[in-house]
Design a protein around this ligand. Sequence first.
Ligand SMILES: Cc1ncc(C[n+]2csc(CCOP(=O)(O)OP(=O)(O)O)c2C)c(N)n1
Length: 638
Amino acid sequence: MIDKSKYELLFQVDSPKDIRNFSARQLKMLCSEIREYMVDVVSQIGGHFGGGLGAVELTVALHKVFNTPEDKVVWDTGHQAYPHKILTGRRDELITIRQYQGLSGFLKRSESEYDAFGAGHASTSISAALGMAEANKLNKSNGKVIAVIGDGAMTGGMAYEAMNNSGVLKSNIIVVLNDNNMSIAPNVWQISNYFTEMISHPEYNRFKGAIWDLTGKLDNFGDRLRRVAARLESGIKSIITPGMLFEALGFRYFGPVNGHNINQLVKLFEYIKPLQGPILVHAITEKGKGYKPAEGHIQRLHASTPFDKITGEAFKKAGPASYTQIFGEALVEIVKENPKVVGITAAMPDGTGLNLLQKECPDNYFDVGIAEEHAVTFSAGLATQGIKPVVSIYSSFLQRGFDQIIHDVALQKLDVIFVLDRAGLVGADGPTHHGSFDLTYLRLIPNMVIMSPKDESELRDMLYTAIMYKDGPVAIRYPRGNALGVKLINGFKELPIGIGEILREGADIALLAVGNMVEYSNIAADKLEEEGIHASIFNMRFVKPLDTKLLDEIHNSFDKIITLEENTIVGGFGSGVLEYFNEKNYKNNILRLGIPDKFIDHGTQLQLHKEVGLDPDSIFEKVKSFYLGNKISEGVVA
Ligand SMILES: Cc1ncc(C[n+]2csc(CCOP(=O)(O)OP(=O)(O)O)c2C)c(N)n1
């Protein structure tokens, strides 16, 4: 699949040690071979793309200059680390990335000693690197610690908390700001406007040129001149450079540098390597650098399914519209009728479907940056003034806003609507991105209404119901991927809060399902029929408040009951049913099916559903065994 013969250097590099003696010419050549290899691999199997292409020179320069893995490079978010994986002994395995049992698409400490810190969620690198730098002090180690963070990740508040703390501690930490002016969508980082203005200022460029002339000659002069030069440099910079913000936080600022000039980067990293205290290197890069079809389409090629190498066009799979699309369209319909409704995204307009609102009703649309916790409290503020915020955040990213949901929204009973896309197992992005916990972390919050649609038509109605509800926060959660393709009716229907429905009647066993598990239960029930087992299926719709009237009826009619949810088995829907039955002293046999209490790796959604026993076939087997009184290997029997 990969023609190795066209690579002159790449297949000689098995670890960073192999590049430490490379000449300037070889480094340049290696960079272009890494790019070509990334295009070769990712076009075949899909994956994150633009960020890695933009970080090639940074990666090579860091591994050339620093003594990794003893020196620690902490990559923020981790999607841009493909070149890092290629250089650190995982070149041949790259073809397995994001595939079941293959390499992770992000950083993973258990995968390589070069992955200094696990990642997947943004804005964590500086905090982690700072911890390592302080640990070095305590351990009396001289190891260097470098955090590499994108301008998108710099929109997350945690980065500033960590920088502030670094400045106070005066830690030996190097932060490389990989500034390509893009998040997944165009970045909403206000500071980048300031940078752009300063960088294009002629006076700044004159001074910068002079400083670089001087620092370029430093090797020929002694330490004293180095110190004088550093003072001069910082004196001038404190007046005019774009680094004033960082310098105010206690960082020495170097930049902006061309993040694609490998030799300049190597020189700079060699210069700063012996320096003490917090340092920030500001590298200007281009997302998708070096791959023509990505230019201008970089949003699409942030991460891609397999694509045509020549045109960059993704090979599309046909199928029903996604839940994301249905939600995005429904929200536009609602906002057009009711301009008090607004949509909020945390840097994921396309991923959440809010790009449709951005296009159709830009005044009702907010992208707040990669700042989920801020998104929640911002929405709470909007709600206090009679605006109806619909904040759409992936289930796993909303974990960031947990306290804000409790303290700023629910406690004040504010009408904020949380729309959780990517609930359940998301597939190739793996454990950092699985939406395994939301039913649990939302269910414990007073005043919260939680619903999950069985199909896209119900999603539309749930969104409308949430808009009409005026008694506090509502959460709607649905899975990644295509909906069922059911026919949609015009307009919306308001659903009664806390009321489920019976979808199928059978006297032998009751299946109580939420969300996508309703359809899976249906498929399993068809198979059970063939074996003479008649299951009733209840679409519970609401995880909170539970339909207790329906639960009472189910208690009266069935001995054996199974709950199904694509959420951790701990504390979710099934737990809620158990709690209710316990309160009522009901003694039915209950089996809970859900995601087991462990982190689930990556793979396709289908593979992962099979792995955890939540695909229709496994459900069929489990229901049958439970009904027949056999031992159940997965799932929890009360
Ligand atoms: C907490 C969190 N929210 C959202 C995301 C989704 N996400 C992944 S990469 C990315 C953009 C990152 O932009 P930047 O840091 O500039 O890196 P680039 O890809 O541009 O190199 C976003 C929003 C995430 N990984 N973590």
